[in-house]
Design a binder for this molecule. Sequence first.
Ligand code: NAI
Length: 289
Amino acid sequence: MKVGIIGSGTMGSGIAQVAATSGCLVKLYDTNQDALDKAKNALENILSRLVTKGRIEESEKSRIQNNISYVDTLKDLSDSDVTIEAIVENLDIKKNVFSELETFVSDDCIIASNTSSLSIASIAASLKKPERCIGIHFFNPAPLMQLVEVIPAIQTSNEVLEKATKIISDWKKTVAVAKDTPGFIVNRVARPFYGEALRIYEEGIADFTTIDKSLKSLGGFRMGPFELMDFIGNDVNYTVSETVFTAFYFDPRYKPAFTQKRFAEAGYLGRKSGRGYYKYDEKGAIVEP
Ligand code: NAI
C-alpha cells in the first residue's frame, strides 16, 4: 500500500514510522526542508536506539528506513492509496492543501486528516469527492500510543470508513470510531484535565510541579497535566483548547486559560522548543521547572 503523509513534524513523522513498519511505502511531504531533515534524523536515532537495545535487527531498521521517502512537492503523493495530513491546526490551510491534493490523486484515494479538534465535515467540504474524507487521529508519540480515533464526517462513505478502519487495524493499532464532534473522545475528556489544572495553578492553590506530582503519585497518571501539555506542545494544545471551546458555543467547561495562551505566544512551546512549563535538555529530559 502506498501512503502519503503531509507534514513531517511530530505527528507526521511518527505516523510515517508506523505505516513503514507495517510494510507500506510511505512518502513523507513537508514544505520545510529542515522539518524533513529533522524527521529523517529522528527516525535514524529512534531505530538505532532500538537496535542497541536489541529490540530490532539492523536489517529491520534498514527495511523501515527504505520504506520512507522524503519529498518536497505535494504532487509526489499522486500515486497514494491513502493520504494522512498532519500539518498546522488551521482550517483554511488544511482546506487549501486538501483541494490541491485532490487534483493529483486517484478517485479512490482516501484523504484523511489527523486533526485534533477541527470538524472533519468542514475539511471534507473542500473536496470534490467529500465522501473520501475521514479523520484518522493518532496520539503522540504515534509509534507508541495504541489508540487511534477514526472519525467519519457526515459526508464520509461507509466504504471509506471500513477501509480506514482496516488500514489502522493492519497497522496493529486499536481503533475507536467516534462521531465528528469537537475533540472527538480523548481530547474532549482531556480538556478539563488541563483546564482544571491550569485554574488551580492560576488561583495560586498549588504550583505546577506540585499539581503534576500529585496527579502522578496519587492519581496514577504517567504524566502530570503540565508535563503532558509541554510534551504535546503548548501551541498545539492551546489551539485545540480554543477550537473545542469555540465549537461548543463557548461552554465555560472548555474555557482556555490565559497562562496557556501566554506560553504559546512567548514561544514556550514545551519539549520541542526546549522550554515550556519545564526546561529541557537537547535529549528532551526535564532539567528544571
Ligand atoms: P508540528 O508543528 O510538529 O508539524 C507540522 C508540520 O507541518 C511542520 O513540519 C510544518 O513545516 C508542516 N506544514 C505546515 N504547513 C504545511 C503545508 N501547507 N504543507 C506541508 N507541510 C506543512 O505539528 P504536529 O504536532 O505534528 O501536529 C500536526 C497535526 O496533528 C495538527 O493538526 C495537530 O492538531 C494534530 N495532532 C497533534 C498531536 C500532538 O500531540 N502534537 C496529537 C494528535 C494530533
